[in-house]
Design a protein. Structure first.
Length: 217
């Protein structure tokens, strides 16, 4: 297979496996999605979904969130990784959204990425899922899979994102990034597959005999 053939196979197989692919983070709007994605850094989606109900019961909008103390926010999210910094970022983020954007999460990459605790991947998730503006969120897991499957030789997530955007049409990006992540968690984990075990690895690279070593993100 050449790269285009591998990309087509991966896209078709993931669509077969996951024709309906919900966002794994519980949310109701752009603000709650933004907070949930921020909390998911170095934390499982399952854990985030356990802590956000209590947080959102206190404040599910930036106006109420900015009124909470850092300690109140921390009390809700303390079981998430990096909880102290996340609590501070959430309060500051809410203040900025209210004071600079009238309480509405900005539908703009640059403005989102200037918010505390919000990087390009988080901004991309909000842009495509909340605002339906084309984006292909790439994290370290997607970076690993795209390399294993021969879709990129990118040395970082930025290069990998650029390569994947060239391989797939915009209308597939929203589902594809979720399909990549779900397949990676179920079949092509960092330790459970070394590039020679799962179905997609074996199909895209049938002659690969040795473990594949990916470039670090």
């Amino acid at each position: 297979m050449n790269k285009k053939e591998r990309a087509d196979y991966v896209g078709h197989r993931l669509e077969e496996l996951y024709p309906e692919i919900p966002i794994p983070l519980d949310h109701t709007d752009a603000f709650t999605l933004l907070i949930a994605v921020l909390l998911s850094a170095q934390c499982t989606d399952k854990r985030v979904n356990l802590v956000t109900p209590a947080l959102f019961a206190l404040a599910d909008n930036p106006h109420d969130m900015m009124k909470l103390s850092v300690e109140e926010i921390l009390d809700c999210v303390k079981t998430c990784g990096l909880a102290n910094s996340k609590a501070k970022n959430i309060k500051k983020l809410a203040e900025i959204v209210v004071n600079e954007y009238g309480g509405d999460v900005p539908a703009d990459f640059e403005k989102l990425e200037r918010l505390p605790g919000v990087g390009h991947k988080t901004a991309s998730v909000v842009m495509i899922h909340a605002f339906k503006i084309p984006a292909f969120p790439v994290d370290t897991h997607i970076h690993r899979l795209a390399q294993r499957w021969g879709l990129t030789k990118g040395k970082n997530v930025v290069q990998t994102e650029e390569d994947l955007k060239k391989l797939y049409p915009e209308e597939q990006w929203e589902d594809l990034h979720l399909q990549f992540i779900t397949y990676g968690r179920e079949y092509c984990t960092a330790r459970g597959c070394d590039g020679t075990v799962c179905e997609i690895c074996r199909t895209t690279h049938p002659k690969r005999k040795k473990p594949f070593v990916a470039n670090k993100a």
